[in-house]
Design a protein around this ligand. Structure first.
Ligand code: IMP
Ligand code: MG
Length: 179
């Protein structure tokens, strides 16, 4: 299946699961070599991150915990546009080594607000990991500590990423075909 239709748009296969998996294994090992002596808490940002969370967690070869959060957004309080606040953070992260796990960083607005919010809970450290990074789209001063791969500034779906709610279920990543 090299081309798929989602709602009104056509997408073509762009990153096969094998390449995604390779990138995930590398990320998990890099994280483990930095955190052998601590037990990091992976904070996964729903919805997009659910596939990555499972696959990465299975490859992390040491003590660690996982938790999931969502972000609610409201507008008009910031010059950067949308401001997001954390919902569903049940763990006490004070003194913990926290690694935020994101499917994709585009403008960086989401993750930079999240880091700012989480700092208020006094974790020992906060790092950011993302499977995909669009360097050309970055508008915030965000430097993720772990990046699976850099990608061009194209709209993509699959592997948890959606177009208006659809397309998350594909194992591979597909990029939009501009017509
Ligand atoms: P940011 O706040 O601009 O960095 O965007 C982050 C969020 O936008 C991600 O968590 C995704 O939900 C969504 N997003 C950004 N780029 C894409 C894309 O190419 N396809 C699907 N969702 C995307
Ligand atoms: Mg997302």
């Amino acid at each position: 299946m090299d081309r798929i239709q989602i709602l009104d748009k056509v997408f073509e296969k762009n990153i096969p699961f094998e390449r995604i998996h390779e990138a995930i294994v590398k990320m998990a090992h890099a994280m483990h070599s930095d955190h052998k002596d601590s037990d990091p808490l992976f904070l996964c940002v729903l919805n997009g991150c659910f596939m990555l969370a499972g696959d990465l967690f299975k490859e992390y070869p040491g003590a660690c915990e996982i938790s999931f959060i969502k972000l609610s957004s409201y507008s008009g309080t910031s010059t950067t546009g949308e401001v997001k606040s954390v919902i569903g953070l049940n763990e006490d992260i004070a003194g913990r080594v926290v690694i935020i796990l994101e499917d994709i960083i585009d403008s960086g607005i989401t993750v930079s607000h999240l880091v700012k919010d989480l700092k208020g809970y006094n974790p020992k450290s906060i790092q950011v990991a993302t499977l995909l990074l669009k360097p050309a789209a970055l508008r915030m001063d965000v430097k993720p500590d772990y990046v699976g791969m850099d990608i061009p500034n194209d709209f993509i779906v699959g592997y948890g990423l959606d177009y208006n709610g659809y397309g998350r279920n594909y194992k591979d990543i597909y990029k939009i075909v501009e017509e």
